[in-house]
Design a protein around this ligand. Structure first.
Ligand code: EPU
Length: 420
């Protein structure tokens, strides 16, 4: 397993360009199952999760080709079985359920199981699809869903922790080919949901209201092939912004959508980081001392759970106490014990982490537990004195395109060490 060795203490300087959004491209690839015609997806990041979604689509009978950052998916014929051995490896692959149902009227897809950040139930996905008329049963670890005809319905998708991103995506994709009108209340408002709706509309769907809590889908008989450019990855951009601040750097972020990043940029400003817009680019500079900030993760447009770990690192470097509360996933604090190995002082109290910041971090070997925790450990390594070895970097390759090359371009001393 590969690891990264980082020699910390170098302020990041220069320019970095943001790739396409992982969490947008995955459901968009799945949506290509809804038509037998080819779909062309531009700005598809080169990530192991994207390759993996490609494998899943191939296993369902689609043809998937990559040329640079362009993917072509052609699902001339589609099988309806999403195998456990594939689905369990990537929880996001549950978003094949809606399109399979929409295309074939039946689907057998393995239950994805939990993951390290929490139990991750799919009851809301199933509730939404049942409201469209699907009969669903769970049998032998598989979801068996079938519908003679999917019919539009009014449904409410809010759950214990708010709306569901991939649940909204699944229902939108199935409803796109249902008969009649579907209205989803308490839909997820994330930009990735909007990107999916835009792609579906360019395939001939009739969806309005995406990006608001009420999404209206007027079903159509067939969808056709389309071309689409994926939105830039707001979490990658925000991760580089925090890395710039943590390293006392000055970084220009190109190709990001600042309008998708209000909550993170606002917290960075509150913490004393200079955030400037220069045309389409964002400039992040850390000049003086930082101030502690309290953060609560929330559904969009609130502070994203996918930035909680990275922001916690910045707060460990900030004199004073910050309280970081995780409201989306119940066990997304796996990075805390690894940060402690670098000298951070963080206590967990229920859903909150109490960070006593300001102690310098010093390098140590650490273990990545999931994608965003790995990003946090890299940022900590950049800010720490001495060398930090981040093990199990396959987690980071799932969701950050060439992060080591991009960081080296900003002057970081980071090397990928190939392991056994
Ligand atoms: N939930 C339910 N029932 C459901 C579905 C979700 O109770 O049927 C709960 C979850 O347990 C959680 C909350 O609702 O407490 C929100 O989960 P959501 O369904 O929105 O998460 P997701 O769609 O499975 C996507 C991203 C995650 C990101 C979350 C929240 C993809 C592929 N994944 O997951 O991304 O954290 O939305 O924004 O889009 C990551 O990129 O590192 C990542 C984990």
């Amino acid at each position: 397993m590969d690891s990264f060795v980082i020699k910390g203490g170098v302020p990041l300087r220069g320019e970095v360009t943001i790739s396409g959004a992982k969490n947008a491209v995955l459901p968009i690839m799945a949506a290509a199952l809804l038509t037998e015609e080819p779909c062309v997806i531009r700005r598809a990041p080169q990530l192991s999760d994207v390759d993996f979604m490609g494998e899943i689509l191939t296993s369902l009978g689609a043809e998937v080709k990559r040329q640079g950052s362009t993917l072509t998916v052609r699902a001339a014929r589609v099988k309806g079985l999403g195998d456990y051995d594939l689905i369990r490896k990537m929880r996001g692959s549950i978003c094949i359920l809606g399109p399979l149902l929409g295309r074939r009227g039946e689907a057998v897809v393995s239950l994805p199981g939990g993951c390290v950040i929490g139990a991750r139930p799919i009851d809301l996905h199933l509730k939404g699809l049942e409201a469209l008329g699907a009969k669903i049963r769970i049998d032998g670890g598989y979801i068996r869903a079938g519908a003679k005809k999917l019919k539009g319905a009014d449904l409410f998708l809010g759950g214990r922790c708010g709306p569901t991103v991939l649940g909204t995506a699944n229902v939108m994709m199935a409803a796109a080919r249902a008969e009649g009108v579907t209205v989803i209340e308490s839909a997820a408002c994330e930009p990735e949901v909007v990107d999916l709706a835009n792609f579906l509309n360019s395939m001939g769907a009739n969806i309005s209201g995406a990006g608001s809590p009420t999404v209206r889908i007027s079903g159509v008989k067939r969808l056709h092939g389309a071309e689409h450019e994926v939105i830039p990855d707001r979490i990658e951009a925000a991760t580089f912004a925090v890395a710039a601040a943590a390293s006392h750097g000055e970084v220009t972020i190109r190709g990001a959508r600042a309008d998708h990043m209000h909550a993170v940029l606002d917290k960075l400003r509150e913490a004393g980081v200079t955030v400037e817009r220069s045309g389409p680019a964002l400039r992040i500079t850390r000049r003086g001392r930082l101030r502690p900030v309290d953060i609560t993760t929330l559904p969009y447009a609130g502070f994203p759970t996918d930035m909680q770990a990275q922001m916690m690192v910045l707060m460990t470097l900030t004199p004073g106490i910050s309280i970081i509360t995780e409201r989306i996933f119940e066990s997304r604090f796996m990075h805390v014990s690894e940060l402690a190995r670098l000298g951070a002082d963080i206590a967990i109290e229920g859903p909150s982490a109490i960070v006593k910041g300001g102690r310098p971090l010093s390098g140590a070997p650490v273990m990545a537990s999931d994608l965003r925790a790995s990003a946090a450990l890299i940022i900590a390594g950049l800010a720490a004195r001495g060398a930090t070895q981040v093990n199990r970097v396959y987690h980071i390759d799932r969701g950050y395109e060439k992060i080591d090359d991009k960081l080296r371009g900003l002057g970081a001393r980071i090397a990928r060490v190939e392991g056994a």
